[in-house]
Design a protein around this ligand. Sequence first.
Ligand SMILES: [Zn+2]
Length: 125
Amino acid sequence: MHELAVTEGVLKVAIGAAGGRRITAIDLVLGAINTIVDDSVQFYFDALSAGTLAEGAVLRFRRVPATALCLDCGATMEVAPPLPDHCTHCASRYLHVSGGNEFLIESIEVEDDENPGHPGDSERQ
Ligand SMILES: [Zn+2]
């Protein structure tokens, strides 16, 4: 399963970045045309993280749009599935879609025993 592999990657990176501290939340960026299902990632994460420092961590997903550039009129538009097959400005069919396929860790929240809840807990990638 695609989601299983990416979830294993997220867990590995998060634990490595947390430096031995307990992970409370992970913010993930998911592109609009990426086929990864966030519910599946959460499902695998709950299973894989059991007994690790990331057990019980909350996954938060932020969807980012894809951008289509019209090669005829130069217009750009944010798009999401189902992708348009023509420019909404000039009806040209020469669209170049970019972005929207992201899957990355935006930030990781870890527990800090000395100062719980401090905003500096987040470690950006
Ligand atoms: Zn156009």
